[in-house]
Design a binder for this molecule. Sequence first.
Ligand code: SF4
Ligand code: SF4
Length: 282
Amino acid sequence: MRTSTILRLKRVLRASITPGSAWADACDSVHRRIWGRLLPWSPNPAKVEVELTSACNLRCANCNRATSLAPDTGYIAASQIDRFVGESLELGWRWERIGLTGGEPTLHPDLPLVVSLLERYKRDHPSCEVAVVTNGHGRAVHEALSGLPAWVVVKSSAKTGEALSFEPFNVAPIDHPKARQMRFRFGCSFTEVCGLGLSRYGFYQCGPAAAVDRAFGWDLGIKSLKEVCETRLRAQMSILCGLCGHFLGNYGAPRTSRQDTSSSWQAALRRYEEGRPRLKPW
Ligand code: SF4
Ligand code: SF4
């Protein structure tokens, strides 16, 4: 998939603003609200968040991996990581960043093997950042992190278990009074800023979309990297963004530390409790 000129231009502009500054926050907020309503966000094929496991040692409200509301200790197989690396090399796919996420990625039962499989890609593409995105909480997590090789970047949010404010992930835009005016296939900034998602069920337009699919059971994951293209990703977005509360950030939905769960999510979680959806691994 070719990166659009607009996406490249936006990246240059983004790089010219100091991340985390008040100016950057103000620009992001205005950008998000104006862009997300009028123009589509572009799925970013240069970045991927690989969900190593859906398990987590914390239970944050509004977690955008649905780890507490739709609990699951499943994890991606080493053979799937091997296939991901093989397909990436075969297709000459240039990842700028491969983020290893969860849940809590260090809870994967064989993190050292996963990392050693990814080293094959890193050797061919030394500029690719391979990062473990961890909550940094607890001794077991710290022990797992201390065993990582130096070329793996650790991004820790240093969570303590205290309530944090997140966007209302479990408030489905389709339950919003203005849902008819919303263009879900436009997505939100996550797909552009954080890139694609990969779980044991396939590729998605972003990491949170994999969690929505796991909870609702649509089984929309793209089952091979060579099939990933904007048309397929937009088709996912037209369904999954309608169920993801991050989309409401385009409409100024505030962050909250209280668990908000709209009717579509409540119904999906009831079904989940009765019997987990069966999605096909990729
Ligand atoms: S640490 Fe992250 S993955 Fe775990 S519950 Fe909190 S937000 Fe979700
Ligand atoms: S699924 Fe959610 S986070 Fe991903 S692009 Fe759609 S609205 Fe954004």
